[in-house]
Design a protein around this ligand. Structure first.
Ligand code: 13P
Length: 252
């Protein structure tokens, strides 16, 4: 099965509701090429308004995190029911900012991921090493731990039930991008691991996104790597023009 390229914008905590709806409108105005999937992840208070704008456009909506329970005493959390009510179909889980600033660990991330699957929400599991870990040659060990623990006791029957995003922490918001070769190397490693965790057929179907300073100037080369199936974009997704250029990446 073909892996449909996914171009995802993670707006983090950068927009007001008014700005988010305006940006969503401008992106929905295109041009949006066939055969590519586009996803927008506004901050939680903007989900409903952005969901309304995206309705009928074919652009998917995601939350930036997700709780495993739909209701209850979980102050500050995002209910899977509310995400679905807004029209959302996917959730970013385990973003490095959640891991580093809010101390989310692999166990919590695993709980969120299994919860999402239970609500038919497609999880985007984010993994990635810090600069220190890369310099210590610990990259693959870190990724393996994050993948194995994040996917502990996860059962999926097809590869379209999970998305992985490799986001090296040193490349996020820094303007430093992993080279295309570095991205391919880690993505290939992740796919081999996914084959071990699930099986080869499922691993071949799972989309692995690259994130970390993706921009109009580097997207073409990154997207042309065999195991790079999409991009998770922060800063460059905050302007319609640059994100549309990323969506319209060129096949080299
Ligand atoms: P930047 O594209 O701003 O580096 O952010 C990447 C990211 O964290 C997407 O989730």
């Amino acid at each position: 099965m073909e892996r449909i390229p996914l171009l995802a914008g993670n707006w983090k905590m950068f927009t007001t509701v008014a700005e988010a709806t305006e940006l969503a409108r401008a992106i929905a105005a295109g041009p949006l090429p066939d055969g590519r999937q586009v996803l927008l992840a506004p901050s939680a208070p903007a989900l409903t308004a952005v969901g309304d704008v995206l309705s009928g456009t074919g652009i998917e909506l995601a939350s930036q995190n997700i709780c495993w329970e739909e209701k209850g005493a979980f102050t500050g959390e995002i209910s899977p029911l509310l995400l679905k009510e807004a029209g959302g179909t996917m959730a970013i889980i385990g973003h490095s900012e959640r891991r580093q600033i809010f101390a989310e660990d692999n166990d919590l991330i695993n709980k969120r991921l299994r919860g999402a699957l239970g609500y038919d929400i497609l999880p985007i599991l984010c993994i990635g090493e810090t600069l220190e870990e890369r310099e210590e040659n610990a990259t693959m060990a870190v990724l393996e731990k994050q993948l194995r623990q994040g996917l502990d006791q996860v059962t999926i029957t097809t590869g379209d039930q999970l998305i992985v995003a490799y986001e090296p922490v040193w490349a996020i918001g820094t303007g430093k991008t992993a080279s295309a070769a570095q991205a391919q190397e880690t993505h290939g490693f992740c796919r081999t691991l996914l084959a071990d965790i699930f099986d080869k057929a499922i691993a071949q179907q799972i989309r692995i996104l690259y994130g970390g300073s993706v921009n109009p100037a580097n997207v073409d080369e990154l997207m042309n790597q065999t195991d790079v199936d999409g991009a998770l974009v922060g800063g460059a997704a905050l302007k319609a023009e640059s994100f549309l250029r990323i969506i319209n990446f060129k096949t080299l």
